[in-house]
Design a protein around this ligand. Structure first.
Ligand code: SF4
Length: 347
């Protein structure tokens, strides 16, 4: 249990949590939408500080982040709970736990221990992933500060629903923002995740890049009949181009039926390829079809000279044509963060 960083006190011992865009107003003894922040006597507490549900040394490509320290390991930590309750959630056991304190039998990994474990497992950085990282915001903030002191990169794998002030609090210590843009219509976000004001996600993603110089990659899980229409896919691709830039990687991933969406079929490969074409037509230079091992779009090729830059198969990665963030053959800027690239770290 840890006092929350971003909240305000309201009359009658209520509090308002300002960690994510729900901005829950919480009565004494009650929880916010995520069920991980609780009002106790007018003080807001995060209940799952350091309570890890999952810990692994993962290839950074698994996040997926394809243009960020390729072929390195990220020490990956997941907590409990989520502020979205998506019907297609792949990690619902940890995101929507059925019991009040699901971490009872799990491990505590304090920030300093996470840093030590990352180093011991030869990881180049730390990623908060598997569930929504803002749901243990204080933990990720303390850990990110320590990670930067220890020269490790830091990654949020997020639904992007943090408030601008939460982003600005952790911004100085965060290097990469791997954000879901799940669809591009009010009705889709409402149906999938019961979220009505989803456009704040776009503003915060823009801010992560513009204000905090984070490396941003976008992912869209394409669900048959829900977000596979031309209008939404074009909306996402055009928005990425206009607001994040044409060099921003866009991952379009294959949906597999699970959780509350077992009635839908897996995404046809032709749909992913159609999304790929839409991205190309919008002018995006790096579109990757995900959850389809061996697909030709797994590799990175230079948009300017056509040479192979990074070869990938599943999570095996071979960097063959990169010099800092540029193509080593023709010099084109490819928007990679690597040890040598200019955007690699901010203090
Ligand atoms: S973090 Fe949880 S309690 Fe805070 S605003 Fe978001 S959903 Fe509500």
């Amino acid at each position: 249990m840890h006092e929350a960083t971003l909240y305000e006190k309201l009359p009658g011992s209520r509090v308002r949590c300002n960690t994510c865009q729900w901005r829950c107003s919480i009565s004494p003894d009650k929880f916010g939408v995520c069920r991980m922040y609780q009002n106790r006597n007018g003080v807001l507490y995060n209940m799952n500080y350091a309570q890890a549900s999952s810990v692994a040394a993962d290839p950074i490509e698994k996040k997926p982040l394809f243009h960020f320290f390729p072929d390195t390991l990220a020490f990956s930590l997941g907590g409990w709970g989520c502020n979205f309750h998506c019907q297609d959630c792949q990690n619902w056991q940890i995101s929507c736990p059925e019991t009040g304190e699901p971490w009872r039998d799990s491990q505590k990994v304090q920030p300093r221990a996470a840093i030590e474990l990352a180093k011991r497992h030869q990881c180049r950085g730390i990623a908060w992933t598997y569930n929504e990282p803002s749901i243990w915001f204080e933990y990720t903030l303390d850990s990110a500060k320590l990670a930067k002191e220890n020269n490790l990169y830091t990654v949020y794998v997020t639904n992007g629903y943090l408030t601008p002030e939460a982003l600005d609090t952790i911004g100085p210590y965060l290097d990469a923002w791997r954000v879901d843009i799940k669809g591009f219509s009010d009705s889709f976000y409402r149906e999938l995740a019961k979220v009505t004001h989803w456009r704040g996600i776009l503003e915060v993603a823009k801010r992560a890049k513009a204000k905090w110089n984070m490396h941003v990659e976008v992912i869209t899980n394409i669900i048959p009949t829900m977000n596979d229409d031309e209008q939404q896919l074009e909306g996402i691709a055009n928005w990425i181009r206009d607001e994040l830039g044409e060099l921003t990687p866009w991952h379009v991933t294959r949906f597999y039926p699970h959780h509350h969406m077992r009635h839908l079929p897996p995404t046809p490969i032709s749909t992913l390829e159609h999304a790929y074409d839409i991205g190309q037509k919008a002018g995006l230079k790096f579109i990757y079809a995900g959850n389809v091992p061996g697909h030709k779009s797994e590799n990175t090729t230079c948009y300017s000279c056509g040479k192979l830059i990074v070869e990938r198969f599943g999570y095996q990665t071979k960097v063959v044509g990169l010099e800092d963030s540029r193509c080593k053959f023709c010099g084109a800027e490819l928007n990679f963060r690597t040890l040598g690239s200019k955007g690699g770290h901010h203090d």
